[in-house]
Design a protein. Sequence first.
Length: 276
Amino acid sequence: MSRRVEVSMLIAQLSDPHLTTSALANEAAAGLHRALGRVLALKPRPDRVLISGDLTEHGSPEEYATLREMIARFPLPVHLAAGNHDGREALLDAFGGTPCLGGGHELHYVVEEPDLTLVVLDSLTAGRPEWGRPGLLGCGQLGEEQLAWLDDVLARRPEVPAVVCVHHPPVPVGIPFMDGIRLLDGDALAEVIGRHPQVVRVTTGHLHRATTTAFAGTVLTTAPSTFRQVSLAMHADDQLGWVAEPTAFLLHWLTGTHCVTYTVQVSHTSGLIGVF
């Protein structure tokens, strides 16, 4: 009797590069470039890269041009998610119709491979227009229409392992400020995910810190930033700020319905950095 051979897949999840054209431009771009190089140096090399939001600081066309230039020669497929610092129109203008957005012109999309369903959701909400910066209020929301779309997408291939990415964490993580700007309809997302046991991982960005928790019958992970990390301000009176902890990314290893997530440090390490 023949045995089914399980196919392994590696997804490198980078997050929150916050590319900018301001005085921090070099630091932010160097962080993302170093992380992409670290991905290429891994053995085995990941199959694809997912960048889970806050691609830019201000959501401007110039910032997306920087991102486009940085990944133009990158040899692996790159998929992008929108975060609260991103700008919907500028992001679509830069990457709409390309594989970075699943070949479509929406910020929520699905990539269907024989052994993987990768779903990227759009939790970007409008910020304060008087500030001239999209999404700066910070909270995320999916809405009924997108949740219904997700339900339909996951129902199409119940036998194929699925990874669902959304920028905003759908549950509290214990840092009061960040919990105040999480996904507003996280409970509704949990209802949808709970109906589809093939979802082996729900993963987010936004937090600038790696965490793991149970969620809707599966596992929820949050990715660290390639730029800078959020302080562990777990008391309401603690001042939230940035800490000089190592930049890093998540590496999801999928074998059939089994998923293991590693945290791969980038800065402050002697890890090999690849060239592209």
